[in-house]
Design a protein around this ligand. Structure first.
Ligand code: FAD
Ligand code: N01
Length: 543
């Protein structure tokens, strides 16, 4: 275990032009810094938070945990690192991931390159010298040749604009801005708004601690048991004996959570109902995202999808004692079009006498007063509120920065009808700016660790190529960008992902354009990136 060092909080005195500035010190920013140093670039990371870790620094709520296997949710770039780090559980907790990222930072001396408690407020491209001029908060300026956005897909919390929210007298916590020290909820009536992945994790943890828990549910959620457990030493030894092979198989899987799991090659409709039940039951018993891959067409065929949805609804009916509650907890939308979840005792929690479930789908929250949440016809007295209301996903953190490219073009205007870019990496009109796991890349539909490593390596290889060839400006061409946006939409339209109101579509944020933002499928994406490089960065304008 490494000693936790004090965060570095100021910029070095020599504040000349950096080769690169990286915004964000999560998994992406840390690896980007390491790679840039390896290729000899001077680099500074700017991080709004008081410490490193990004997602795993901010989301410290009780129960916060990854739902990708720990041995896959870790960097693969250094064989010694992957051999020396010992994960304790099948799915790592927030605390364990955070300790891991601290270990990585210590091992590669990354803290020395990060300025904490500092936010990038604006970025202006200066065409005369091909430099980005950054305005920071607290007030400082910074210049760099390349601007690398490691700002995260799920880093800009969504705080709903509910009438009277500010008047509430008790504390209001957002899961993605959880306090650093544990919160004592004992003897309190606590309300939780939201039951996505974060809500599903925090609700079973809070229920035993509080006097009364009131869950305000707008949409019921599909979830299967995670069956988290301590890792078996023998299975770890076996994986570590061929870690490169294990990683290679990860990269061949289209979805994060299914890595290294044999996915079924048949349709749900190609087997008898009895066999289908048996296979679903086996996946359910195994636990984890394998359930969602029991058949190969669950996200492509509505009828197949319905069979899985019905299986989960039946399970909920068996777990939850009160049939009316079970019905309310049973989702009706297309399974998977909102990100499905893993659960650890979520449905059982609703058998507790101190847990209320309030349906706000037809009877929405009208207002919040100093001591209660009010629906149209009812009020719920509360002493604390937890917002598990998610994020302005994929574009939120980028759009909060006033980014101005060529000819005064602002990113906010360019993306006013949805994100447009090439490969999820580069935006026409915004030279020398790269987004790590930007919209238009597989990002949130994959094991993000795999997606992040692929992007960081692609970007650093590109910067090295530019240095070798004497180029100092790069941007996506308008044609390549237009084709890419069409491609992302076409791939999504072949699936069931676009069939409900999800954050993938921006539907959770009032006024946000409805565009399916991630690209479905990691291996075909990586395949598309390779010839782009081989053909001298096809689709990019280099000068
Ligand atoms: P982040 O970790 O989001 O880091 C971005 C950083 O940028 C933040 O620290 C932020 O403060 C900083 N920043 C943003 N804007 C600015 C600015 N203007 N100025 C300065 N700093 C700025 N993915 C999986 O693959 N598997 C999982 O099981 C999984 N579980 C998750 C659980 C939770 C609770 C959440 C929220 C996400 C989960 N994810 C999961 C997705 C997760 O976000 C990624 O796996 C990964 O951590 C993203 O790393 P990142 O460095 O790209 O972004
Ligand atoms: O956010 P969400 P999240 N009034 O957007 C409700 C990752 N993650 O933080 O569905 C009332 O999924 C909203 O209701 P509805 C993962 O990628 C991973 O839970 O819009 N309710 C929903 O119930 C995940 O998908 C892990 O009708 C409101 C909830 O709040 C992503 O982060 C763990 C509301 C928001 O759910 C986001 O997950 C945690 C309003 N005004 C997160 N606004 C793991 O890997 C929103 N809601 C384990």
């Amino acid at each position: 275990m490494v000693p936790m060092k004090q965060p570095v909080n100021s910029l070095p005195a020599d504040n000349s032009v950096w080769d690169a500035v990286v915004v964000g010190a999560g998994i992406s920013g840390l690896y980007m810094l390491h790679r840039l140093r390896q290729i000899g670039f001077s680099c500074q990371v700017i991080e709004a938070g008081a410490d490193l870790g990004g997602t795993w620094y901010w989301n410290r709520y009780p129960g916060a945990r990854c739902d990708t296997y720990s041995l896959e949710y870790s960097y693969s770039f250094c064989p010694q690192l992957e051999q020396e780090w010992q994960w304790s559980e099948r799915y790592p907790s927030q605390g364990e991931i955070w300790r891991y990222l601290n270990h990585v930072a210590h091992r590669f001396d990354l803290r020395s390159g990060i300025c904490f408690n500092t936010r990038v407020v604006s970025a202006d491209f200066q065409p005369a010298n091909n430099q980005w001029q950054l305005q920071l908060d607290p007030a400082q300026q910074l210049s760099c040749r390349f601007l690398l956005m490691a700002t995260g897909c799920l880093s800009s919390p969504n705080m709903p604009d509910i009438d009277g929210l500010q008047t509430f007298k008790g504390p209001i916590y957002h899961t993605a801005r959880w306090p650093q020290s544990p919160v004592d909820f004992s003897a309190q009536r606590v309300g939780v708004i939201g039951n996505g992945s974060s809500g599903l994790q925090i609700i079973p943890e809070l229920a035993p601690q509080v006097k009364q828990l009131v869950v305000f549910q707008r949409t019921a959620q599909y979830a299967v048991p995670s069956r988290n457990r301590p890792l078996d030493r023998q299975e770890v030894t076996k994986i570590k004996a061929d870690y490169p092979g294990f990683r290679a198989r990860n990269r061949q899987q289209s979805s994060a959570q299914l890595s290294n799991v044999e996915t079924c090659q048949q349709s749900a409709l190609s087997v008898s109902p009895a066999e289908r039940q048996q296979l679903y039951q086996a996946s359910w018993q195994q636990g984890g995202f394998v359930f969602y891959a029991t058949f190969n067409d669950l996200m492509r065929n509505q009828q197949s999808n319905q069979t899985a949805a019905e299986f989960i609804r039946t399970k909920i009916g068996q777990i939850v004692n009160d049939p009316q509650r079970a019905k309310l907890l049973s989702p009706q939308h297309v399974m998977g079009c909102k990100r499905p979840a893993l659960e650890n005792g979520y449905f059982e929690t609703f058998n507790r006498p101190n847990v209320d479930l309030v349906d706000i789908s037809a009877n929405p929250i009208r207002s919040i007063s100093p001591r209660a949440i009010h629906l149209q016809d009812q009020e719920y007295p509360l002493e604390a509120i937890v917002m598990a209301t998610g994020f302005d996903a994929m574009t939120g953190a980028l759009m909060k920065i006033d980014i101005c490219g060529l000819n005064g073009l602002r990113l906010k205007e360019k993306w006013s009808s949805g994100p447009h870019n090439y490969l999820g990496l580069s935006i026409n009109g915004f030279p020398n700016l790269f987004t790590i796991t930007g919209p238009g890349s597989p990002s949130v539909l994959t094991n993000m660790m795999v997606a992040i490593e692929q992007h960081v390596e692609w970007i650093s290889d590109c910067l090295q190529y530019m240095a070798q060839q004497g180029y100092d400006r790069i941007q996506a061409s308008a044609e390549a960008e237009a084709e890419w946006v069409q491609h992302v939409n076409r791939v999504a339209d072949e699936t069931l992902y676009t069939n409900c109101n999800s954050w993938y579509l921006g539907a959770n944020i009032p006024g946000k354009p409805r565009v399916f933002m991630p690209l479905v499928g990691f291996p075909p994406y990586a395949e598309k990136c390779r010839p782009v490089v081989a053909q001298g960065y096809q689709g990019f304008i280099l000068s």
